[in-house]
Structures are given as C-alpha cells and as structure tokens.
Design a binder for this molecule. Structure first.
Ligand SMILES: [Zn+2]
Length: 287
C-alpha cells in the first residue's frame, strides 16, 4: 500500500500537474465556450475549494481505497481474486470495472438528494474549465470512500491497479473539464472511446435533462450502454451551471463550503422558470 502511495506522489502528482498545465495552455489558446466570469477570480475560488478536496483525496480517500485493496488481495475476497485469470487480463478487467463503478457513483451523486448537496458545489460553477476539474467539496471526496472503497473490495483490484486507475481517472477528469476546443473531427473519433470536453460540457448545462446525461469518467461506453449519452447540443448554446445559483456574488469559498448544509434550491431560475431547450437548440429561458 505504501509503495502504491509512493507511485501516486512520485509519478502521478507530477504527471497530473504537467497535464493540468498543458490543458490550461490549450484552453487559453483554443477556447471552446465563452467565459462568463473573470478567469483569475474563478481560479482563486476553485483552487481554494480544490486544496481542501485534494487534501481529503491524498489524506483519506487514497489511503482508504488502498487499505480496502490490500485487504481484498490478502483475503482473496473480491471477484478478480477468485477468478483464475492471466495477470494482464485481470489488470484490464480491474481498470474497466473500476471505471464502471465510477459511472455509477457519479450517477448516484445526481440521483440521491443527500449526495447532490455536495456534488452541487462542483456544478454551481458558472464556467467550465480546468479549474473546475478539482472543484469538489471535501465532503463529496470523503463520502466517496464508502462507495469507491467498497467497489474496490468487491472487484478485488490490487493496490497497483487502484493507483494506476486513479492517476488516469484524475487525468481524464482534467481533460474533459477543460475548455479546450479540440478539432471537431478529432474529438468525434476520440469520443467513441472516451469522455471529451464537448461531451462533458453538456453534463454541466442548466437544462436538467442535459445535466442528467454523460456521467462517464474515462470510457464513454457506460453512457451509451445505459442510454444516458447526449451529444447533440452545440457548445455555444450551453449555459453552464445550476439554474438556482446564477449569482456571481455567491461564487465565493465561504458560500461554497457551507452550501451542502443549507436548504437546497429547486432546479429553477431566480425568476421561477425552468430552463428548457426548444427545437432550434436555443434555450427558451435566460438567453
Ligand atoms: Zn456531475
């Protein structure tokens, strides 16, 4: 378990920092959606939320997931520990099953009102870019220990498999949250395999049925298999955020940290209307 943590610190963290920097540069040169807020102000707010969340990830979530993993290997408890498979196939299956479990966890965050209180902090961002990728409330990170740790135990993934998946999971999260405008033809091909910025942008729309789609993290196949994929929304038409939280005055660290513990607002715009998209693709409200 300690060696897996070392891999994360010595390989994962520098790799992810490099990737985040590259995506930051790319979204600066080729931006996909127009920004609503000051980029640097958002960077300050999102970095503060991310710092607490990442401390939860490194200090609690990773050690907990790796403890579960070490236990399932030692006791030969989980599915992959029971099946007589070649090592390479076990590795591939562990990766695929871990990614599927994270599709389920993300979907649960939207469907369970208690979990949504925390995940809402990620979605209330009024813009979407690399800084949103780690804007997760520490409460969401800590709550994920039970589900993600439990799935690791059931799957029977080894510490090395868990840490490899985690590094790629964080890298994929950075990529699909970025505001990088990839050439459309390239993104179209890439999206057959994995979640891309345009696909995930739709998940951050203020239109509820668009938010309730595209839950996948690495492989886009999970949304296709579950019928939750949605790709036909032009990026220029998307309004990012949650309709009841449109005020930039509320985009501050204090408000966001206590947001899960306040009464949650309904999925309505401040004027009481519900954002919908008409046949031409335009929002019927707000724009
Ligand atoms: Zn979400």
């Amino acid at each position: 378990m300690k060696s897996a943590l070392r891999i994360f610190d010595r390989v994962g963290a520098p790799l992810l920092t490099g990737l985040a920097t590259a995506f930051f540069v790319m979204e600066t040169i080729h931006d996909l959606r127009k920004r609503k807020q000051d980029r640097w102000q958002r960077l300050k707010t999102n970095s503060s939320i991310a710092t607490v969340g990442l401390a939860g990830l490194r200090g609690a979530l990773l050690p907990a997931m790796l403890s579960g993993s070490a236990w399932t290997v030692q006791k030969r408890f989980g599915l992959l520990q029971r099946l007589p498979l070649p090592r390479w196939l076990q590795g591939v299956l562990a990766f695929v099953l871990l990614d599927y479990s994270n599709y389920l966890w993300h979907r649960l965050n939207h469907q369970c009102p208690f979990l949504w209180r925390f995940h809402n902090v990620h979605h209330t961002d009024l813009d979407l870019d690399i800084s949103t990728a780690w804007r997760f409330h520490a409460g969401e990170v800590l709550l994920s220990i039970f589900f993600r740790g439990g799935m690791i135990v059931l799957i029977g993934a080894s510490p090395r498999q868990v840490i490899t998946y985690e590094i790629l999971y964080e890298g994929a999260t950075a990529f699909h949250h970025s505001n990088w405008k990839l050439p459309f033809a390239i993104e179209k091909v890439l999206n057959k395999l994995m979640v891309t910025p345009r696909m995930h942008g739709i998940h951050h729309s203020i239109v509820l049925r668009e938010t309730n789609s595209n839950y996948s993290v690495i492989f886009s196949a999970w949304d296709r298999l579950h019928g939750t994929v949605r790709l036909n929304v032009p990026q220029q038409e998307i309004v990012i955020g949650v309709p009841a939280y449109r005020s930039t005055a509320e985009e501050n660290v204090r408000f966001l940290l206590i947001l899960p513990f306040r009464p949650q607002r309904e999925w309505k715009l401040p004027d009481g209307s519900i954002p919908e998209r008409n046949a031409s693709g335009n929002l019927t409200q707000l724009l």
